[in-house]
Design a protein. Sequence first.
Length: 173
Amino acid sequence: MTYRLLLSSIAAAALAGCAGLGNDPTATAELQPTAGNTVTGKVHFMQHKHGMVKVSGQISGLKPNSEHGFHIHEKGDCSSPDGTSAGGHFNPGNTAHGKYGHTPHHAGDLPSLRANADGVAIVNYETAQISLGSGDNDVTDRGLIVHANPDDYTTQPTGNAGARLACAVIKRQ
């Protein structure tokens, strides 16, 4: 009888934990190629209750075995053929551009994309630098840009990452 009670308690706790999953804010960015490019992809954002945002997705159409700058931009506008309508990097703290995970860097500085031999980059990390739906670091309705070149992490304010290969607007789900 004790064994059944233990299993029932574990099952109830697991269901209670899963019940809150639907309340976490989420957003999606559907990357579309800029004029003359073929880069596409989908990136998901999910903010956990503890404040971290999980960023995951897949981007294809990149040059095989290449590295690309990857940034959140200030405007959720991909209307221009070259993606410049997304404006500059998202920088609510007015900090210097730099490498994600090092100080200083913008909230919009993301880890670089590394394409495999098939030209596909997998995005999978967590960050406390951005938020979904509230606060100064809210990335909802901001632009997401894949750049042509690697980020040099020093050139201000952009990292000299070159042309914009793809653009998306981060949309809250």
